[in-house]
Ligand binder design. Structure first.
Ligand code: HOZ
Length: 430
C-alpha cells in the first residue's frame, strides 16, 4: 500500500535547496518516521488534502490549535472580517481588550495577560519576568519538557529535540545552560531535593502540566500540587506552560482540570484560532512588573494582531458552548480504547496515554510516566505504525514525541475508520 507522492517529492527537493532541511520547523520533515513529508494543499474539517490529491483524517491539527478542525466557517468569517478592516495597526484595539478579558475570565489563575506571537516568545517573556520578580537567576524544567526554542529551556527538551535525538543544542552559551536545572517529570521528590539545596536561587519551576512534547504523559496524582507547595515554600514562582493544554484539556486549561494554580501561565495554539498568537499571564502583582507599568521589557510589532485576535476570540466563544469538552473527551476516549484493543489483539505491547482530547500511543509494555519511559518505547514500531496509517489516509504526528489531537470536527465515522485501519496496521507490527 503506497501513496502517490510525485508532487510532494518534487516540492521537497526544491524546498531543500532553499529552506534548511526543506521545512520551517524540524519535526515536519518525517526524519524519525522515514519517508518524505507530504505537502498540504488545503484542509477542511478533520481532513487534509495534499498536493497529489491524497486525503487524510488529520490528528495533528496544526500541532494543537485546531480544536474545531480546519477552516471552520465561523472562524474564517471572523478573521476575514477583521482582515478587511486592516491587518495590523501597531496600536491598541477594542477586540484585544475583550480578548484579554476572555482569557482572564477563563483561566483561573490569570489576572492580567500580555499578547505575543508564539509560544516561544510567551515562555521567554515569562521566564524573564520570573527572574526579575524574584531577583534570582536559576530555573528548573523537566526532562522531555519542551517550551519552545528559547535558549535557557532547550536542555533535554522534547518535541523536535527528542525526535532528532539532538544533544544539547549548539549556539546556547554555557552560562545560560548552567542556570537551568533539569529534573525527571513526575518526580516531586527530586524537586524537593533541588529546592532544598538551591531554593533561594531559583526564580521559577516551569512545567507542562500535562506533558505533550515527549508524547502525552499525564501528571501523576499529587505531582502538580507538590510543585505548588515546594515553589511556594522556597519563594520561587510556578510557571505552567499551557501552550498545548490551555483551552484543550478544559476551558480553563490544566489548572482548571487539576485544581492547581500557578503564578504565571503561558498560552498559545488554541487561543490564536489557527493564527500566530500566544500570551503569558498570571498574578496581577507579577504582571504589573512588565513595561510600561513596570521595568521589565518586552514588546512586539505584531503583538495583539487584529486578525489573530478576531479568530482566537471566536474560537474561545465557540468553546463556551455546552457539551464541547464532553464530546471531545468521549471521542478521544473511544480512540484510546480502540487503539489499545487493536494493539492487544495483534499481540503488540502498547500503552495509550490520554488527557482530554490529547493522546499518544507508545509501543511499550510498561507505563510511560516520564521521559525515560517514553524513550524506552519502540520508536521503530511507532514509525511503522505512522507509515501504515499514513498510507491508509490517517495523518498522525510524524514523531513518537508529540501528541495526537482530536477535534470537534472528527466524526464518529472518522474514529471508526481510524480504528479499522489501526487494527490492520497493528497486525503488521507483531
Ligand atoms: N513544536 C511543535 C510541536 N510540538 C512543532 C510545530 C511545527 O512543526 O509546526
Amino acid at each position: 500500500m503506497s501513496l502517490k507522492m510525485d508532487r510532494s517529492r518534487r516540492l521537497f527537493e526544491r524546498a531543500q535547496q532553499v529552506i534548511p532541511g526543506g521545512v520551517n520547523s524540524p519535526v515536519r520533515a518525517f526524519r524519525s518516521v522515514g519517508g518524505d513529508p507530504v505537502f498540504i494543499e488545503r484542509a477542511e474539517g478533520a481532513r487534509l488534502v495534499d498536493v497529489d490529491g491524497n486525503s487524510y483524517v488529520d490528528y495533528v491539527c496544526s500541532w494543537g490549535p485546531l480544536i474545531f478542525g480546519h477552516a471552520h466557517p465561523q472562524i474564517v468569517a471572523a478573521a476575514s472580517r477583521a482582515a478587511a478592516g486592516g491587518t495590523s495597526y501597531g496600536a491598541p484595539t477594542a477586540p484585544e481588550v475583550e480578548f484579554a478579558e476572555t482569557v482572564c475570565a477563563a483561566v483561573p489563575s490569570v489576572e492580567m495577560v500580555r499578547l505575543v506571537n508564539s509560544g516561544t516568545e510567551a515562555v521567554m517573556s515569562a521566564v524573564r519576568l520570573a527572574r526579575a520578580f524574584t531577583g534570582r537567576e536559576r530555573i528548573v524544567k523537566f526532562e522531555g519538557g519542551y517550551h519552545g526554542h528559547f535558549d535557557a529551556l532547550l536542555a533535554k527538551g522534547g518535541s523536535g529535540i527528542a525526535t532528532l535525538g539532538l544533544p544539547d543544542t549548539p549556539g546556547v552559551p554555557q552560562g545560560f545552560a548552567a542556570l537551568t536545572h533539569t529534573l525527571p517529570y513526575n518526580d516531586a521528590d527530586a524537586v524537593d531535593a533541588l529546592l532544598g539545596e538551591r531554593g533561594g536561587e531559583v526564580a521559577c519551576v516551569i512545567v507542562e502540566p500535562v506533558a505533550g512534547n515527549m508524547g502525552v504523559v499525564p501528571p501523576q496524582p499529587g505531582f502538580l500540587a507538590r510543585l505548588r507547595e515546594a515553589t511556594r515554600r522556597h519563594g520561587a514562582l510556578l510557571v505552567f506552560d499551557e501552550v498545548i493544554t490551555g483551552f484543550r484539556v478544559a476551558y480553563g486549561g490544566a489548572q482548571e482540570r487539576f485544581g492547581v494554580m500557578p503564578d504565571l501561565t503561558t498560552l498559545g495554539k488554541i487561543i490564536g484560532g489557527g493564527f500566530p498568537l500566544a500570551a503569558y499571564g498570571g498574578r496581577r502583582d507579577i504582571m504589573a512588573q512588565m513595561a510600561p507599568s513596570g521595568p521589565v521589557y518586552q514588546a512586539g510589532t505584531l503583538s495583539g494582531n487584529p486578525v489573530a485576535v478576531a479568530a482566537g476570540l471566536e474560537m474561545m466563544k465557540m468553546l463556551q458552548r455546552p457539551g464541547v469538552y464532553a464530546e471531545l473527551e468521549e471521542k478521544a476516549a473511544a480512540l484510546q480504547a480502540g487503539l489499545e484493543r487493536a494493539a492487544a489483539q495483534a499481540g503488540v505491547p502498547a500503552t495509550v496515554n490520554r488527557v482530554g482530547s490529547m493522546l499518544t500511543a507508545f509501543f511499550s509494555d510498561r507505563p510511560v510516566v516520564d521521559y525515560a519511559s517514553a524513550r524506552a518505547a519502540s520508536t521503530d514500531r511507532y514509525a511503522a505504525f505512522f507509515r501504515g496509517m499514513l498510507a491508509r489516509g490517517f495523518y498522525l504526528a510524524p514523531s513518537q514525541f508529540e501528541a495526537a489531537f482530536v477535534s470537534a470536527a472528527h466524526s464518529a465515522a472518522d474514529i471508526d475508520a481510524t480504528l479499522a485501519a489501526a487494527h490492520e496496521v497493528a497486525r503488521t507490527l507483531a
